[in-house]
Design a protein around this ligand. Sequence first.
Ligand code: MOS
Length: 739
Amino acid sequence: MTATSYLGKPTSRVEGRAKVMGTAKYAAEYNVPGLAHGVVVSSAIAKGRIAHIHAEDALAVDGVLDVFTHEHRPKLASSHEKYTDEVAPPGSPFRPLYDSEILFSGQPVALVVAEEFEIARFAASLVRVEYEQESHVTDFDAQRRRGAVSKRDPAHATASGNPTRAFEQAAVRIKAEYRMPVEHHNPMEPFAATAVWEGDDQITVFDKTQGPQNCRNYVAGVFGMPREKVRVLSPYVGGGFGSGLRPQYELPLAVLAARALKRSVRLTLTRQQMFTLGYRAANVQELALGANSDGSLASFRHDVVAMTSQFEDFQRDFVNWSSLLYRCANAELGQRLVKLDQNTPCDMRGPGGTEGAYAIECAMDELAYAANIDPLELRLVNYSDRDQIENRPYSSKQLRECYHQGAEKFGWSNRNPQPRSMRDGNELVGWGMATGIWEAMQMPARAKAVLTANGSVEIASATADIGPGTYTMMAQLAAEMLGVPLDNVTAKLGDSALPDAPVEGGSFTTSSVGSAIYAACRAVQKELLVLAQKMAGSPLAGAKLDHVVFAEGKIRHKNDASREVSVADAMRTGKADRIEKEAGAGPNEDGKYSHFTHSAVFAEVKVDEQLGVIRVTRVVNAVAAGRILNPKVAGSQILGAVVGGIGMALHEETATDHRFGRFMTHNLADYHVPVNADVHAIDVFFVEEKDDEINPLGVKGVGEIGIVGTAAAIANAVYHATGKRVRDLPITLDKLMRD
Ligand code: MOS
């Protein structure tokens, strides 16, 4: 592609106005005739059985339609396989209202449905549940100390050389243990589903999800319905961060009630119930690094233990990232799980990489001090141009440029390496840096493009837009490729009936869906060129598709701008009212290269010396992520992810009360996230990175890279400011003040 009318240009979200004006509708905002309202009753215990549910009082309330429980519900699939989904980890997925077994605190045990929401809520308070309680295990540390830890999963492990001996013989050594607590995603929009009963056992659900087709397939599996009878829509999603990748229980429960009552039902989870879904798993990471006196790594050991549920083994790659970033002949990397009586963790922005990079990049910082080498210099000394796990080069890796340009912008060379050496009045000033890395994945996806004779374009794919600007990306690509104004393009997504697409996650939407749009638009271009060449005396006679560009409503020869045909003329002459093409694209699987995005994060903190209050006053994040289609929305992705990184470093933690086996900070007052007052200057920029191998567009994706490394950069800055190394997130002032 050579035309660049829209690609690479900072462009505001095409759906921005609808969101700001309140006309964008979310899952709980669809009003349909005869809508009934559901409220979920949550388990008060973490483990055991339901002995009996007393629903009589609730049922006696005027306006209550029914109370569904495991004893009183329509037929559901029994096999756990029917409850699996596109992104389910290994194990036996939770089956809502299936049987009497309680697997975690807050598990849905009853669904009250009434004519009005308020009636349902009141009646739900009257449902009494008798339990046969068993003792639960929710204390991650206690279980870990007890040795209740799984074996290493070979899928998440690496071993090479003799790391133990190399460590013992190394000139410089550090050993440290880093900890992260449970975190919850807390998107603005609570999970909700409006299940519209269409009659004839057909159902349409407006659901809060990152994957409408994943949810459609799940509903079809759980209720034994043909997929054609189920349609799931999520045109707007008020944030996800991974919480909406898997179907959540509001979906099957709304469908269950709608099918039983033959009526449309809406179900919204409370903020408190949002803490009964997935979360980022608490983890402990032990690192042991050995280096030669020049800082070159001699030994790298990284051992992670993370939590999961009793019924599923959720784990992403925490380790292995060091083998992508740093040359080291002797390595031992592995991860293990502790099973607890909690719901299963789930993906949360940059799952695995975010956690791993936090520990790896803090350990590298500690090594830099131990070796008396600048932390940035240490990264450059050990820089790896090869993926040492797959033993192959990268399709592109401009991380060196990220380091150089980021350092330049931040002013890193002015840093006094001595901890506690820089100050601003009462505040100690700290400068820290870290590396970010994330997979540049691509999934099979399809898209449809329709061009009509009046010059309007519709582009469609069953992806979602959880906020990164997917509508805009789709519209920009179509406008660019078909040579029409952006305003002429309508993008459609968030509908399981559209051409197949994966969940929106893993930073792979632009590479996957964008490549499908590219393919669909190429097919339209091809047909247009045929029509143009059929015209009598066509100025484009003999031209190949690669010889022409589509711009300003024209098909124009690249080498001779006078050879052009208007798209409208070509369609009129060819008697084509509309050209409709659907096409698919998949990842490049030739295996020659590894595909990753990279970043260098620099952070400045100011710490009040008396009170220990930490402010992140400045962050520079330099990102290399292939071709950036829209620097404005891509930059916003990084910006938001940096804020997430500030939260991870200083604020976010879900506390558990082990007496009840329950997450206790389950509201937005007790669960702290950064607010405006916590966010200061964040400077995001993209380093130029050309990648011809990865896909025809050369795109990698930016949803997650912005959070990876950010918490480490901040933690390292706190150490530089204070001389105190807190290895236990979040870094709260009490930990900083403690001796
Ligand atoms: Mo992202 S954690 O893949 O929504």
